[in-house]
Design a protein around this ligand. Structure first.
Ligand SMILES: [Zn+2]
Length: 102
């Protein structure tokens, strides 16, 4: 296996763009062909992809509990407001989608 050449530098530089598919088709194909043939780049690609997957997963796993409570609280609040006032369906939808504030 040869040392990292210019192709490797290019592939590793574009790794995030490659994973996110934010490259144009020609560049993506070129890097894909290189990574498929180059073990160090393939290893780097696998690691980056794994890290991204883990980060994405831990974000969705750590958020729900407090977020769900807040959403449930705001749904309850809105329900009370609806029973006390006459709210249109439009304002109900807006209130429930609005992200909770700190
Ligand atoms: Zn390479």
């Amino acid at each position: 296996m040869s040392a990292h050449g210019p192709d490797c530098v290019r592939a590793l530089d574009s790794l995030y763009l490659f994973i996110d598919r934010e490259l144009d088709e020609a560049s993506w194909d070129e890097i894909h062909a290189h990574i498929a043939d180059c073990e160090p780049c393939l290893t780097a690609f696998d690691l980056e992809k794994m890290v991204k997957t883990l980060v994405a997963r831990s974000c969705t796993e750590s958020a729900p509990a407090p977020l769900r409570d807040r959403v449930l609280t705001s749904i309850r609040t809105v329900s009370i407001e609806i029973s006390e006032n006459t709210y249109t369906e439009h304002s109900f939808t807006e209130t429930t989608i609005e992200p909770p504030r700190d």
